[in-house]
Design a binder for this molecule. Structure first.
Ligand code: F6P
Length: 358
């Protein structure tokens, strides 16, 4: 058993609905185990600057249903330097922070593994709307962002029906198409474009022409922001132009952007966040660190951060020289199995979107 006086909590990278639920659960679990908690404001930058706020069960008692992160967030390239790391470790010593819970995406986990390596045991929680962490089936924030996206598309649907229009909707997700896929299915979109799959624009335009000829007035077409032209510009805007020119349809465009990052977290995000955060504190006290909490087949588990980060790089075909050297053949097989699972998931959702998109 590790003996901690104080645990620090931080949120880093793009914020996600459910981060506050993570914070609340971690604080309550820590206090139940007699451990003090300090909030670190502004992610790793806050750790380096010593921007801390003591957290009590009272101070987090009503945040479970609040969007965003009340500890604020940042992207902090300075932290990735040796000097930044030294300052962060010094800050933990100065403020008697014995361990860290780091909530965010893959960049956050790299920071957590660095802190563990430098003697500050850390555990990552997957807080990102993108659901782009290969090692976990689910990242906190996805469900809320999909629901927000579908609510907004439903509103667009009303006006498209009134005016017989097609609306192209671009949604966030960085290089991952899951928000787009789920939103397309749930909103009855006629097509969806995601970076994981080839997009047959001509066939989609033909389908749109046919649907319009058969009397379909309103149409929605969802495009993930990761779909870009060869020059890196957003494909969504190009597609709207082509639809106007080639489909003879009144096509409009909406970029939902950061709207889908806000809003009150759904029950799914609140409960998953609470479960993962509470387990993370338990594991820290049991002496476990350098892991990220994951959900696999409905179970919450801890996955070694190095394994999770290399699995991500394998999924993105960005393995570096020597990445696999530290892993056993069984672990490498596990990575490959996870990647197959992620690809099957995308294939299945993409087929559903195609089957129901009329
Ligand atoms: O990673 C979450 C995310 O919302 C992505 O979907 C998006 O591409 C990115 O963050 C936007 O980053 P920023 O908030 O820095 O503009």
């Amino acid at each position: 058993m590790a003996t901690f006086r104080k645990i620090g909590i931080l949120t880093s990278g793009g914020d996600a609905p459910g981060m506050n639920a993570c914070i609340k659960a971690a604080v309550n679990k820590a206090y139940a185990l007699g451990i003090e908690v300090v909030g670190i404001r502004g992610g790793y930058a806050g750790l380096m600057n010593g921007d801390l706020v003591p957290l009590t069960q009272q101070s987090v008692s009503n945040i479970i249903g609040e969007g965003g992160t009340f500890l604020y967030s940042s992207r902090c390239p300075e932290f990735a330097t040796e000097e930044g790391m030294r300052i962060a470790v010094e800050s933990c010593k100065k403020h008697q922070i014995d361990a860290l819970i780091c909530i965010g995406g893959d960049g956050t986990f790299r920071g957590a593994t660095d802190m563990t390596f430098h003697g500050v045991p850390s555990i990552g929680l997957p807080g990102t709307i993108d659901n782009d962490i290969t090692a976990t089936d689910y990242t906190i924030g996805l469900d809320t962002s999909i629901n927000t996206t579908v609510k907004m598309i439903d509103c667009l649907r009303d006006t498209c029906e009134s005016h017989a229009r097609l609306n192209v909707v671009e949604v966030m997700g960085r290089h991952c198409g899951q928000i787009a896929l789920y939103a397309a299915i749930a909103s009855g979109a006629v097509a969806v474009a995601i970076p994981e799959k080839p997009f047959d624009e001509a066939a989609v335009i033909e389908k749109i022409r046919m649907l319009r000829k058969n009397g379909k007035r309103s149409m929605i077409l969802v495009v993930a922001e990761g779909m870009v032209n060869p020059d890196g510009t957003p494909y969504s805007e190009t597609l709207v132009q082509h639809l106007k020119e080639q489909a003879g349809i009144d096509a409009r465009f909406a970029r939902f952007a950061h709207v889908v990052r806000g809003g009150q977290p759904t029950v799914r995000d609140r409960t998953t966040a609470s479960d993962m955060a509470s387990r993370a504190v338990e594991l820290l006290v049991q002496g476990k660190s350098n892991v990220v909490m994951c959900e696999l087949d409905g179970e919450i588990c801890a996955v070694d951060i190095a394994f999770a980060l290399v699995a991500d790089r394998m999924y993105k075909n960005k393995l570096k020289e020597g990445d696999l050297d530290r892993f056993t053949p069984e672990q490498i097989e596990q990575m490959k199995a996870l990647i197959e699972k992620r690809k099957r998931e995308i294939d299945r959702l993409y087929q559903v979107a195609a089957d129901v998109g009329f």
